[in-house]
Design a protein around this ligand. Structure first.
Ligand code: ZN
Length: 317
C-alpha cells in the first residue's frame, strides 16, 4: 500500500513537469517594439515575448546588452527586422543564426515592393512598418515563424493573425482617408530622419528628413539650410519631431526659418522607429500608426477624429 502510494507520488512528480513543459509559452525575443507586438498579437497565450528596444530607443544605433544575449540564448525563436535596420547587430544575428532559430522578418518581403535609398547602395529602406500594406506581410512572416516553432498551435496562430490583419486593414483604410483630406499644398512631411519614405510614397506626400535613412548619418548645416528654404518657399507651417531621435536639429530648423521671418510650429511628436509606453494604446503597432496618421493629418489641416481611428489615443489631436 505504502509502496503503491509512493509510486503514485513518484509518477505525479515525474508527470507534472512534462505536462507543464508542453504548455509552457514559446520564448520569443524580438528587436523592435513593432516586431514584439506582431509576435504578441499572433502568438497570444502561446508566447512569452521579450522586446529588446523600448520606447525612445533608436534601432539604428542599438547594440545588444549582456542581458539581451542571455535572453536570446534561452529563446525558442528570435525575430529581427533585417534590411540593415539593426545595423550595429547585423553580424551578431548572422552568427547567432548558425546556432539558434533566428528570422529577419522584413527580409522575406518581395524586393520589388521595397524602396531603394541613395544613402544605402544595394540596400533598401528598412522602415517597412510605416506601410500597413507591407507590415501585414511581415505579420504573416511572424505567423510562419511561430508556426514552424510550434506546429501544434498552427490553428491558434492563424486565427490570431486573421484578427490582427483585419485591424491593420482598417488602419490602412483610415490612413488613406485621413491623409487624402489634407489640402494638396500641405502634403509635405518634414521629420528628424528619413523614416517616412513608404508612408510618403503611398499617400503622395513629399517626405524630407533632416538626417538620412539612418540616424547614424550627420545632419549637415547645408541640409538644414536647404530645408529652411523649402519651409519658407512652400510656406509650410508644421514640422514633426520623433520620439526616438533628438530634436536638436529640428530646433535649428525652426530657428533658421524664424530668422527668415517664417514661423513654423512643431506639429507633434511622431513614433518613427519605436512605439509608445508598454501597456498604452500607443505602445501597440496599431496605436503607434493611428497616432502618427492622426497627428500628421490633423497638423497639416485635415479634419480628424480627436482620439483617432479607434477613439483610444491618449493625447488626441
Ligand atoms: Zn529609422
Amino acid at each position: 500500500m505504502i509502496r503503491r502510494q509512493f509510486l503514485a507520488a513518484l509518477a505525479f512528480v515525474v508527470a507534472t513537469p512534462i505536462a507543464a513543459w508542453a504548455e509552457a509559452p514559446l520564448k520569443v525575443v524580438a528587436t523592435t517594439g513593432m516586431i514584439a507586438d506582431a509576435a504578441r498579437q499572433v502568438g497570444g497565450d502561446q508566447v512569452d515575448v521579450k522586446g529588446l528596444m523600448g520606447p525612445g530607443v533608436d534601432p539604428h544605433a542599438y547594440r545588444q546588452t549582456r542581458s539581451d544575449i542571455v535572453a536570446m540564448t534561452r529563446a525558442d525563436l528570435i525575430l529581427w527586422n533585417g534590411l540593415y535596420l539593426e545595423a550595429q547587430m547585423e553580424e551578431f544575428f548572422h552568427d547567432l543564426a548558425r546556432k539558434r532559430s533566428v528570422v529577419a522578418v522584413a527580409e522575406g518581403l518581395d524586393k520589388s515592393r521595397l524602396r531603394a535609398h541613395d544613402d544605402y547602395a544595394d540596400k533598401f529602406d528598412p522602415h517597412v512598418w510605416m506601410s500597413p500594406a507591407l507590415w501585414r506581410d511581415v505579420v504573416v512572416e511572424v505567423q510562419n515563424a511561430l508556426t514552424q516553432a510550434r506546429p501544434e498551435a498552427a490553428d491558434v496562430f492563424a486565427a490570431n493573425a486573421a484578427n490582427h490583419l483585419a485591424e491593420i486593414d482598417a488602419l490602412k483604410a483610415y490612413a488613406d482617408q485621413a491623409l487624402a483630406a489634407v489640402p494638396e499644398n500641405n502634403r509635405v512631411l518634414v521629420t528628424a530622419h528619413d523614416a517616412f519614405g513608404y508612408f510618403g510614397a503611398e499617400h503622395g506626400y513629399e517626405v524630407m528628413g533632416i538626417q538620412g535613412i539612418s540616424t547614424q548619418s550627420e545632419a549637415g548645416l547645408n541640409r538644414i539650410g536647404e530645408l529652411v528654404d523649402t519651409l519658407v518657399d512652400k510656406q509650410l507651417k508644421a514640422v514633426f519631431v520623433e520620439s526616438s531621435v533628438s530634436d536638436r536639429s529640428m530646433r535649428a530648423l525652426i530657428e533658421g526659418a524664424a530668422t527668415k521671418g517664417h514661423d513654423v510650429a512643431i506639429g507633434g511628436e511622431l513614433y518613427s522607429d519605436a512605439m509608445g509606453e508598454p501597456g498604452t494604446y500607443e505602445g501597440t503597432y496599431v496605436g503607434m500608426l493611428d497616432h502618427n496618421i492622426t497627428v500628421i493629418a490633423g497638423a497639416l489641416g485635415a479634419e480628424v477624429p480627436q482620439r483617432g481611428l479607434n477613439g483610444k489615443l491618449s493625447a488626441g489631436f
